[in-house]
Write a protein that binds this ligand. Structure first.
Ligand SMILES: [Zn+2]
Length: 274
């Protein structure tokens, strides 16, 4: 965002062009703590966090300004990424959890960025790659301080039933059910192979819309700060039909997926009954 903001804006545009009805801002790992440690003042750090929303809004303006892009689709919306505390730690803790922090401590960590993102004008928040129930509950509680806002809460998962820390996803969905500001619950940045079963387990306990945007099926190595393993990938966009059939009606791609994958999903999704 500091060095090549135009690349981010272009990427958002590419996703709209590929058929995405929603883009997520580049604020996943953007935090007050991280930016001030890099030498920015607090005011500059907040402005930079807000810039992530401005870039997505500018891409949407650009895209929607061209009438030929509007045919047969709704105006896309912008979800501001609220990455987990683990993303700030930056050693892959978002796939583990067990931070050893209280709910209050997690709320204190998330508060300034959440406020900045809402004030920047995002349509909603994407609380994503959340490894644990306690962090989801901290975010749910914090949302109440911003009563006009809404969010989806999406977990990372370690198998076909549990989030990364080990709580059953169905229990998480059930416990978030009564918060009206949470408009969808889901799983992201998890191997596609676990998705159908995870979604089905939540479907039984919640009436909220379910969402999923898995990664390519590779595994993140904190040591190498890179991804390895084999992607479950040849047909990401086709596999997404199974997630839809399981009950996830908000679908996309997380790490290591591309606009090409979204194009495949959009090509079959646009023919579904609305
Ligand atoms: Zn991811």
């Amino acid at each position: 965002m500091l060095e090549q903001p135009e690349a981010i804006q272009q990427l958002h545009y590419d996703y709209f062009k590929a058929g995405a009805d929603c883009v997520i801002t580049a604020s996943y790992q953007a935090t007050l703590e991280g930016f001030t440690r890099r030498g920015l003042s607090e005011t500059e750090a907040i402005a930079l966090i807000q810039k992530s929303v401005k870039l997505a809004m500018a891409a949407r303006e650009d895209f929607w300004g061209d009438e030929t892009n509007r045919i047969g689709r709704p105006r896309p919306f912008i979800a501001a990424s609220v990455g987990p505390y683990g993303a700030y730690l930056a050693h892959g803790e978002e796939y583990v959890g067990n931070y050893g922090l209280t709910k209050t401590e997690l709320m204190d960590f998330h508060r300034p960025r959440m406020k900045a993102l809402i004030e920047a004008g995002a349509d909603m928040l994407a609380c994503e790659t959340i490894p644990s129930l306690i962090e989801a509950q901290a975010l749910a509680e914090l949302l109440k301080e911003f009563p006009e806002s809404s969010a989806w809460v999406s977990f990372s998962a370690r198998d076909e039933k549990h989030n990364s820390e080990g709580q059953a996803f169905a229990d998480c969905a059930r416990l978030l059910e009564d918060n009206p500001q949470i408009v969808a619950i889901g799983i992201n940045c998890t191997s596609p192979k676990y998705i159908p079963s995870l979604i089905r387990s939540a479907k039984e306990v919640t009436d909220k819309p379910l969402l999923t945007y898995p990664n390519s099926g590779e595994t993140y190595s904190a040591e190498k700060q890179d991804w390895n393993g084999d992607p479950v990938y040849e047909s990401f966009g086709e596999q997404a039909r199974d997630w839809y059939a399981a009950g996830a009606h908000l679908i996309g791609g997380c790490c290591r997926t591309t606009p090409e994958d979204i194009k495949v999903i959009a090509s079959w999704a646009k023919n579904l009954p609305r």
